[in-house]
Design a protein around this ligand. Structure first.
Ligand code: RP5
Length: 183
């Protein structure tokens, strides 16, 4: 695990409701893959503002370095966390409302000047965790190398997909040039 001895969490994942868990679990899985210790809880900016404040006020002292906040509808969780802490906050707008997450995207991303929330795409819990890993990796060379290896695997997967497609040999299909560029 990356982090101080005893596996103290470095990332705090907060979500507005347990109905957000299926999506936010993707963030947890990424952190597990990278060996980053995390904690996870439910706290709602609207339904339990005192719990949000209590959670975030102790985060820094617990050793948390990055917060990930997932919420749907008129999502204010990430913004409220950011209002209460100097830790970086990554917001995950969640779908599920009648507006399919567009409401959450706008209310998470459109923060007033001075209080940033790094907002990923709708349902982007995986990217939120990857961004958290990148933030932590700025001060952790071993984690940075794991992230570099992950990027290399991504590129390898694209090469495999391109090779499989090239091997299809459909009538009229000309083999692609290296790098997919036209001459
Ligand atoms: C938001 O309202 C939550 O983050 C969730 O996405 C949405 C619906 O919550 P539940 O009614 O399912 O508890 O605050």
């Amino acid at each position: 695990m990356t982090g101080p001895a005893g596996g103290r969490p470095l990332v705090g994942i907060v979500m507005g409701s347990d109905s957000d868990l299926a999506t936010m679990d993707e963030a947890a899985r990424v952190l597990q893959e990278f060996g980053v210790a995390y904690e996870m809880t439910v706290a709602s900016a609207h339904r339990s503002p005192a719990r949000v404040e209590q959670y975030v006020s102790g985060a820094e002292a617990r050793g948390i370095r990055v917060l990930i906040a997932g919420a749907g509808a008129a999502a204010h969780l990430a913004g409220v966390l950011a209002a209460h802490t100097v830790l970086p906050v990554i917001g995950v707008p969640l779908a599920g409302s009648t507006l399919g997450g567009l409401d959450a995207l706008l209310s998470t991303a459109q923060m007033p000047g001075g209080v940033p929330v790094a907002t990923v795409g709708i349902g982007g819990a995986r990217n939120a965790a990857l961004l958290a890993v990148q933030v932590l990796a700025t001060a952790d060379p071993a984690l940075r190398e794991r992230y570099r290896a992950y990027k290399a695997r991504l590129a390898d997967e694209v090469e495999e997909k391109a090779s499989r497609l090239a091997a299809r040999a459909e009538p009229g299909m000309v083999p692609p040039h290296q790098g997919g560029r036209t001459p």
